[in-house]
Structures are given as structure tokens and as C-alpha cells.
Design a protein around this ligand. Structure first.
Ligand SMILES: [Zn+2]
Length: 338
């Protein structure tokens, strides 16, 4: 996530719904779902967990891999422990799907022992932004936590779940700050990268200018599973502000058409199939349609950016992202029009 999200408003959330696969044991920070023998989705527990994003554990046969490292090093240490228990060996690889704090700050819990892998773009971006982000967090998290707690206390019943998501977010950061060290990836790539294990191969594919300037999807071809990082949010507003919704939408269309991948692990939300990919495409198309019409009718942004959330998405969590998302899409539509 991004610190600047904090400056926006908050609202409701959906309860975690379990996927068709068995949920093993509820952990404090996350739930584990086995998707195939040796493949587990690790789903952030929104009822007080400190993970904040989802992750994955993959048994390669002779090595163990973790996809995404959470925001908080204690939650990451718990993830490491779980990966070791499930696979019976130490973690060799940790993938950072993109540069956002909630996917990378747990890196330090896997060091020494594991290699951290990201794209070259992402490593450079972490190096460039993370010192400032951590500085910002040290100065502002206490105030943001207090504000979020006040919002939770005064929220009507139907908004309490979402309000508590942000309280947990700032609590996870508060707890992490005293010992937080920037831990950069030590293996980088551009375009694509494969790891050949004795039991399975994973394919890391870079998608440029989607959720951020560079995002990794990890594909398990033999299992028909893709760990999407924040290329996919389910039943949550995605964050569009650091990338390009048009390129992102086209990437999602390719996944939707790809018959070899059937199960998707999003960066936020529950494990899903193709329908949820389609819904996210529809979200981006709807915002684009609204923006194009507003530009054509010369609706000033001060009016347009008070638009209500369209019906199909109105119960989604992360509501505070809707207006900034609309603003991102509107600015792009306006630029194209001029
Ligand atoms: Zn993200």
C-alpha cells in the first residue's frame, strides 16, 4: 500500500470468504489455503492480522519459495516459520511482486538464508522511495493510527469492518518501525525469469505499467495457478494511482483468455477464478467510460470527483481508493482529449 492512501477517507469491507479449497489452520496474521500439493495461498487476516497483503508458499521439490513478504517483519517471520513447517526445509527464495510497502517490508525476516528476487525496476524503485516512505511513516503513523481509531469509534455498524482494516494497517506499521531495515532484492531480472525445482517450475513474468511501473505475476504452469500480486484485487477497489489502468486492463484480458491458468491468488482479497478477473476489467472500463463522458460533457473535475461508486462495486472494500482512482482515469481521459 502507499502512505498517501492514509490521507484519504475510509469505509466498509467484505468478510473473508473461503475458497473451495480447504482452509488448514487460522493463523493470527493470515489464513493458509492449500491450492495443490505443495502450493499454498496465504491470505491476510483482516480481523487483526499484521500481514496486510496476501502471499504464497511453493514447494519446488528441493527448494522453498515465498511470494511476497508482508508489511510487518513479525508477520513475515510467522510466514517463514509456516513455510518451513509446510515444506520441511528453509526458505530459499522470496519474491517481491512490486515495490509497495505491504509486499516488501518483511524481507528482512528471511535474511540471511534466502535470496530476495524482484524486477530490476522494482529494486531501483524500492531503493529510491523506501527511505522517504519510512521517514514519512516514522513522522506520521501515530497521527494516522489515532485518526483511524477515532473513525472506527464513530463509524456506523456497516462501516466498522473497513474502519478496522485501516486501524490494523497502522498498527502493523507502528509495530514494525523500531526495527525496520530496508532490505533490497539481491537477484533482479527484466521481462521473465524461471526457477526450475526438482518437482515444479515457476515462471516469473514482468508486466510493465499496470498496478505500478513493474509488477510480477508468478505462474505455476503445471498447476494452472497464478500468484498475481496487486495485478489482482478481489472485492476491493484496486489502487490505480501508480500505474496505467489501460495497460493493466489489457494484461488482465490476456489472463482471462489464457486457458492454462484457472486459479488466481490476488494481492488483496480471496483466491478466485476467471470471473473475478472479468469483474476487475469491468471496473476499469466503467471508470474509463464515466471519465470519457465527463470530459466530453466538460464536467469540471470538482463536480465529477464527487461521483458515487457505481452499483456493482459499491459494497467493495478499500472505498477510499475510488475517488483517487477516478481522478487518475479522468486525468488520462482529459490528456487524450486535449
Ligand atoms: Zn500494491
Amino acid at each position: 500500500m502507499k502512505m498517501k492512501w492514509a490521507l484519504l477517507l475510509s469505509l466498509p469491507v467484505l468478510l473473508f470468504q473461503s475458497f473451495q479449497k480447504e482452509k488448514i489452520t487460522p493463523e493470527k496474521d493470515f489464513d493458509i489455503q492449500q491450492l495443490a500439493p505443495g502450493v499454498w495461498a496465504v491470505i491476510h487476516n483482516e480481523q487483526g492480522g499484521r500481514a496486510i497483503c496476501n502471499a504464497g508458499i511453493v514447494d519446488l521439490g528441493n527448494k522453498t519459495l515465498v511470494f511476497d513478504a508482508f508489511i510487518n517483519q513479525n508477520a513475515a517471520a510467522e510466514l517463514k516459520k509456516k513455510a518451513e513447517q509446510l515444506t520441511g526445509r528453509p526458505v530459499s527464495f522470496v519474491i517481491n511482486s512490486h515495490f509497495h510497502d505491504d509486499h516488501i517490508r518483511g524481507n528482512q525476516s528471511f535474511i540471511p538464508g534466502a535470496s530476495i528476487i524482484s524486477t530490476e525496476w522494482t529494486k531501483n524503485k524500492i531503493q529510491e522511495t523506501e527511505p522517504g516512505e519510512q521517514e514519512w511513516a516514522k513522522k506520521n503513523t501515530a497521527t494516522q493510527l489515532k485518526k483511524s481509531m477515532e473513525q472506527l469509534a464513530s463509524a456506523p455498524e456497516n462501516e466498522k469492518n473497513e474502519a478496522s482494516v485501516w486501524v490494523n494497517y497502522y498498527k502493523a506499521i507502528t509495530q514494525s518501525l523500531p526495527d525496520l531495515k530496508m532490505t533490497l532484492p539481491d537477484i533482479t531480472f527484466s521481462n521473465s525469469f524461471r526457477i526450475y525445482g526438482s518437482k515444479r517450475t515457476v515462471q516469473l513474468v514482468e508486466y510493465k505499467n499496470c498496478h505500478t511501473g513493474s509488477d510480477i505475476a508468478m505462474i505455476l504452469p503445471e498447476d494452472g495457478i497464478a500468484f498475481m500480486g496487486d495485478l489482482l484485487f478481489t472485492e476491493r477497489h484496486p489502487w490505480l494511482g501508480d500505474g496505467d489502468p489501460e495497460t493493466w486492463k489489457n494484461t488482465l484480458k490476456k489472463f482471462h483468455e489464457d486457458a492454462t491458468v484457472k486459479f488466481f491468488v490476488p494481492g488483496h482479497g480471496r483466491v478466485c477464478g476467471k470471473d473475478e478477473i472479468k469483474v476487475l476489467i469491468q471496473y476499469m472500463e466503467t471508470l474509463r467510460q464515466m471519465s470519457v463522458e465527463a470530459v466530453q460533457k466538460k464536467v469540471p473535475d470538482s463536480v465529477f470527483l464527487r461521483s458515487p461508486i457505481p452499483e456493482p462495486f459499491k459494497d467493495w472494500s478499500f472505498k477510499r481508493f475510488f475517488i483517487p482512482n477516478l481522478s487518475t482515469v479522468y486525468a488520462k481521459a482529459e490528456k487524450r482529449d486535449n
